[in-house]
Design a protein around this ligand. Structure first.
Ligand code: ADP
Ligand code: MG
Length: 516
């Protein structure tokens, strides 16, 4: 390990984390049946004979699920298995009517690969073991039991909803590569970004489309891996962080108190902020895995893989690298701008139309993001289009207005006050090409109307500076005596006299000339 990892020790212990993530795939129908996968329907209205496990009903592989697994594999530089095998994972649970889950065991469809991201400016790479296709189980619903079942109106009873049974999942498993809870959360965020970017998962964590299991252990540096406990079903990044932090502290306390950690599956309770054991951990052998005789091996031709590769859009990591090389942005900035496809598209539209990528990056990540966050809206709801922002940036770059004045214009565009003039492209307009001229004209009119134009007329400025020099004789003496602060005071006075419309650099230059 690098020397940096030493500083990550928690009370002298090294944290080790591996993740298993269930991503729900965006297919319209289920993995082995034609029933719909839409969320929120009446219980059991979206389950077919296959999902109910009626005798004789046979599973048929959904090609769309395989397509998405291939796309994921390519996105993380993994090997796509030429042939993979579906297996039965046997266990009893009321929401699993077949008595087994169809999954992949020995030969998963996606093998190896890695997820790369930045954490505090340091590049991290988490190796993936595998990603395999499997079906989700149904749901048990427990009605409020406070009135008791005796009444016979359904309260106090449990019901089974098989709408979710057979929903396609891609389970993505990492090596135990992560060395801090912050790194694990950053990994989860990056993975979320990848699967939503390529569109194989809608990423909706509340609805359970992206659920993480965190395997956590601790050890003294240099010792073999400690025994892990697995925190199930973390469905928010905030809870993920809290749960793992609690778990690390708990494990260290146990060990310090002389106890041994028992391998277990635990749940996080957001109300108490604690994790508690759900069951002791099963081993693979307990599941009696064997190849499912109802499904042939999944054979994926190389032509399918190559066709998919050629049709995939640019990945966030690749796009970020391009932003660094083509636009000269920092890796951090490039990473921020590729958080999502819409943000990246907005930024690129502003950069292309204004030909000012650096300013575009500063404005999208600064002024724009600040307002989006404050209002909790996404960039496609921004009241200022990329074309309008590009026009504004053009006028900063050519010296028509100062950055400060531009903020006033931006503020006007964002929240027009009652009675004020409103204009601009419709929100979300990304194509800057057509409207560029119109936008520029509008921005110019607005700058004019607000009187924000920087003073470019040198003779006018010179006159103001002469007045400032005459009125501030003391400062002038001090500047001549070599006092730099006095110079700043003069620049300040001149800017004030121009109501901020002068170009500070020009003011400085003129003052220097006059005082030389
Ligand atoms: P299972 O499928 O039974 O949960 P695996 O061996 O496939 O078991 O591991 C599951 C996850 O646990 C993987 O992400 C792996 O990286 C992680 N893991 C394995 N050993 C440890 C450990 N000692 N500490 C933390 N994570 C671990
Ligand atoms: Mg597991």
């Amino acid at each position: 390990m690098s020397k940096d990892s030493k500083s990550l020790l928690v009370q002298g212990y090294e944290v080790v984390i591996g993740f298993e993530t269930h991503t729900q795939l965006t297919t319209k129908s289920k993995i082995f049946s034609r029933a719909s996968t839409a969320f929120g329907a009446e219980p059991n209205t979206q389950a077919s004979a296959v999902d109910f496990a009626l005798p004789g009903a046979l599973p048929v592989m959904n090609k769309g699920a395989v397509q998405r697994a291939i796309e994921f594999g390519l996105a993380v530089n993994a090997h796509i298995a030429e042939s993979s095998v579906f297996a039965r994972k046997n266990y009893f649970y009321p929401d699993l009517p077949k008595g087994y889950q169809i999954s992949q065991f020995e030969i998963p469809v996606v093998q190896g690969g890695s997820v790369e991201f930045f954490l505090d400016g340091e590049k991290k790479s988490v190796r993936l073991v595998r990603a395999h296709l499997e079906e989700d189980a149904g749901k048990s619903l427990h009605e409020d039991s406070s009135l008791g079942a005796a009444i016979g109106d359904g309260r106090g009873m449990s019901g089974i909803d098989l709408n979710r049974a057979g929903t396609p999942l891609l389970e993505i498993v990492t090596e135990p590569d992560m060395r801090s809870t912050a790194e694990a959360v950053a990994y989860a965020k990056e993975l979320h970004k990848i699967v939503t970017w390529i569109g194989i998962c809608d990423g909706n964590m509340q609805e359970g489309s992206f659920r993480c299991d965190a395997n956590v252990s601790v050890r003294k540096p240099g010792e073999p891996l400690g025994t892990r406990r697995e925190i199930k079903n973390l469905n928010s990044f905030k809870f993920m962080q809290q749960a793992m932090d609690y778990e690390v502290r708990w494990q260290i306390e146990q060990i310090e108190d002389g106890h041994e950690i028992q391998q277990a599956t635990v749940l996080f309770d957001p109300d108490t902020g604690e994790t508690r054991a759900m069951r002791s951990k099963e081993d693979a052998a307990d599941y009696r895995y064997f190849p499912d005789p109802d499904l042939p091996p999944l054979v994926i031709g190389r032509d399918w893989v190559e066709k998919t590769r050629s049709e995939m859009s640019e990945l966030p990591r690749v796009m970020a690298a391009r932003f660094v090389s083509d636009y000269g942005l920092s890796e951090y900035d490039a990473g921020q701008l590729t958080q999502s496809k819409v943000v990246a598209a907005y930024f690129e539209a502003v950069a292309a139309a204004s030909k000012q990528p650096k300013l575009a990056s500063n404005w999208v990540m600064g002024e724009l993001s600040r307002r989006l966050n404050a209002q909790n809206i996404s960039i496609d709801q921004a009241p200022v289009s990329s074309a309008t922002l590009a026009a504004l940036i053009t006028r900063i770059a050519d010296g028509t207005i100062s950055g400060n004045a531009a903020k006033q214009v931006f503020d006007h565009l964002w929240t027009p006050k009652a009675g004020e003039w409103v204009f601009g492209s419709p929100p979300g307009e990304v194509d800057a090409g057509l409207s560029a001229l119109r936008e520029l004209k509008n921005i110019d009119d607005l700058i004019e109307a607000k009187g924000l134009k920087q003073m470019s007329d040198t003779s006018e400025l010179e006159k103001i500076i002469d007045d400032v020099l005459a009125a501030n004789a003391k400062n002038v003496e001090e500047v001549k005596a070599g006092n730099a602060k006095a110079m700043n005071a003069l620049v300040g006075q001149a800017m004030k006299a121009t109501k901020g419309k002068a170009n500070p650099a020009q003011v400085n230059e003129l003052l220097k000339q006059k005082l030389a």
